[in-house]
Design a protein around this ligand. Structure first.
Ligand SMILES: NC(=O)c1ccc[n+]([C@@H]2O[C@H](COP(=O)([O-])OP(=O)(O)OC[C@H]3O[C@@H](n4cnc5c(N)ncnc54)[C@H](OP(=O)(O)O)[C@@H]3O)[C@@H](O)[C@H]2O)c1
Length: 337
């Protein structure tokens, strides 16, 4: 059967939500970005991936976060994206904001990892082929490389923009001092760092504590938070046990052994606060991240459109009163993963 041509929802920008400005730039992003780390690789049902991407776009989500090695099956999340893009989204490319990255292990040997010019240049070409895109909107150094001169990694990013393979550059998980150097270096070469990407959620507040969030804001970059739901821990996903189709059951980056009774008791308390606020725990967790000044967007993962629908209700986040916030943060501070 010939598949009907995808017609996006005409009201997709009518929710009334204001898109957030990404630092000192012309780019605006939805509160939520869709992440492809899990659930879009070669083991994920293609139909479901397509459904989630269309569901997101139909609701005004424009920002899609990829990396070379997302899968499982390195490269396969980008291939899934490329396949669906070709079938459904090509006509809407200019409405989309697509990111990819290189920095972690991708192919064997000395040139498929870390931050060399050789790795970044080869990797973006591969990623463009897999995603069937002509350019990325933003291309990131996925992690700080303590061995490669920072100038080499950063100049590769600058040259990627100058070659037209990406419109903007970003850095992910760079420590404070190196990030400060990167902001200066990139600014001086007229390719200011558009986005800084790092983890921020109720139980991992390192970027607040070590000054990264402040530094990003002062430097005019946007901050985009990953794992805002702590891979599903800060939701109701594990409150009644470990579901067979859950990330913890897959045991790759989140292990069943991490979902202890003590952890669930504390998450249950957070769930109680969320309910009293009239939110799901996922919504409250996202609202908390989105309430931080300087946060441009949160990148959510999901394994169903129902999860994304739930998370979408956290947009234009509900504020917290100070007593409530203190209690929520105190409970969250006792959770270790
Ligand atoms: N730059 C980096 O180094 C880096 C590192 C990590 C992630 N990232 C990016 O950030 C993205 C998000 O990270 P993440 O996947 O860890 O994010 P997350 O949003 O913290 O966790 C996503 C998981 O939470 C569960 N979930 C999502 N919405 C839910 C809801 N409303 N109710 C109940 N459960 C829900 C799902 O678990 P189940 O799958 O079990 O259903 C989903 O897979 C990644 O896809 C990637 O694009 C970047």
């Amino acid at each position: 059967m010939i598949e009907p041509i995808y017609q996006p929802e005409p009201t997709r920008y009518d929710s009334g939500m204001e898109y957030r400005r990404c630092g000192r730039s012309g780019i605006l992003l939805h509160d939520l970005s869709l992440g492809f780390w899990h659930n879009f690789g070669e083991t994920a049902p293609l139909e479901r991936s397509k459904e989630i991407m269309r569901f997101a776009f139909d609701r005004g989500i424009t920002s899609f976060d990829l990396a070379n090695n997302y899968g499982p099956g390195y490269g396969t999340a980008e291939e899934t994206f490329g396949y669906v893009f070709d079938k459904s989204f090509r006509a809407y490319r200019d409405e989309m904001f697509v990111a990819s990255k290189a920095g972690y292990d991708m192919w064997p040997g000395p040139y498929g990892n870390w931050g060399s010019r050789k790795y970044l240049m080869a990797s973006i070409d591969q990623s463009l082929k897999r995603t069937r895109l002509d350019y990325f909107d933003v291309f990131y150094s996925h992690r700080f490389d303590p061995e490669t001169p920072l100038e080499e990694t950063l100049q590769a990013l600058v040259d990627i923009v100058r070659s037209g393979k990406a419109l903007y550059v970003g850095i992910s998980r760079w420590p404070l001092e190196a990030a400060g150097f990167a902001f200066e270096y990139l600014r001086a070469r007229d390719t200011p760092c558009l986005l800084f990407q790092d983890r921020l959620n109720l139980i991992d507040r390192r970027v607040e504590a070590d000054g990264v969030l402040d530094c990003v804001r002062k430097n005019g970059s946007g901050f985009i938070a990953f794992s805002p739901l702590a891979q599903g821990v800060l939701t109701n996903r594990y409150l009644d046990g470990i579901p067979a189709d859950s990330r913890a059951r897959q045991g790759r980056f989140l292990k069943e052994s991490q979902i202890s009774d003590d952890l669930i008791a504390l998450v249950g308390k957070l769930d109680g606060f969320a309910r009293r606020r009239g939110q799901s725990l996922a919504q409250m967790s996202l609202s908390w991240v989105l309430a931080h000044p300087g946060v441009t967007s949160v990148i959510v993962g999901c394994s169903s459109t129902a999860q994304l629908a739930d998370s979408l209700q956290a947009v234009s986040s509900k504020s917290f009163d100070s007593d409530e916030l203190r209690e929520i943060e105190e409970i969250a501070s006792r959770i270790t993963l």
